[in-house]
Design a protein. Structure first.
Length: 231
């Protein structure tokens, strides 16, 4: 399957986790001092919120980069991504605990909880990337659907140049001469057939004949999809 639904779901989890961080920032119900003093006194909450929000933001950016390199997602990749999102959604809890207990005797335990959560998240993220690369799910060279579209558009443009006889603009490379030469011969055959039908008073069917299939095979291998038709 494609990664569109996975990326949408992941974006939702990232957004909710980042939003929950600010909910834990607040003043006590009963103010023991002036409002200004109390606002300054909760500086650990501000700091924990900023660090956790930046962390979630960095994870989101890196996750977006990973999915941009992935051509498809199988069942195992989905579960690994769910493990990553599980750790991301858990971040608001250790953030609140750290902000509340960092200045107490339990500050070390709170810091250990926060650090363990980040370590778990890092391990989950690493597993996602390793599975994508080692499991050949990654497509760093752009050979996925977008890469096919770019190659198809490039070869289609050069085919149009060859058909107009503009060899200089076509700039054929060694690997493209064979398929484009076959395509040009195919177009000449279709044009001759169309002229013959017009001369006989029949309306030509614009398409590729069955006997022209061998000539079209190199074009299909070169990435030019669909049927070649006359203008």
């Amino acid at each position: 399957m494609t990664t569109a639904r996975l990326e949408t779901f992941a974006d939702g989890v990232f957004a909710i986790a980042a939003t929950l961080l600010i909910i834990d920032v607040g003043l006590p119900a009963q103010l023991d001092d002036s409002l200004a003093a109390e606002l300054l006194d909760i500086w650990p909450q501000y700091l924990a919120y900023a660090i956790s929000f930046a962390t979630i933001g960095i994870i989101w950016v890196n996750h977006h980069v990973v999915l941009a390199q992935v051509a498809r997602a199988d069942r195992a990749f989905l579960f690994l991504t769910l493990a990553l999102l599980l750790s991301v959604a858990f971040i608001p809890f250790p953030t609140r605990v750290l902000a509340e207990f960092v200045r107490t005797d339990n500050g070390q335990a709170a810091a250990l909880l926060y650090g363990f959560t980040m370590l778990t998240m890092s391990a989950a993220f690493l597993s996602v990337w390793l599975y994508a690369s080692v499991g050949r799910e990654a497509d760093p060279a752009g050979r996925g659907s977008e890469g096919d579209q770019r190659n198809h558009q490039k070869l289609s443009t050069r085919l149009a140049d060859v058909r107009r006889g503009d060899a200089r603009r076509a700039r054929l490379t060694g690997g493209e001469r064979g398929p484009l030469r076959a395509a040009r011969a195919l177009l000449r055959r279709v044009d001759r057939g169309a002229r013959s039908l017009r001369a006989g008073g029949q309306r030509p069917e614009l398409g590729v004949a069955d006997d022209a299939a061998p000539a079209a095979a190199p074009c299909e291998r070169a990435g030019m999809r669909g049927r070649l038709v006359t203008a």
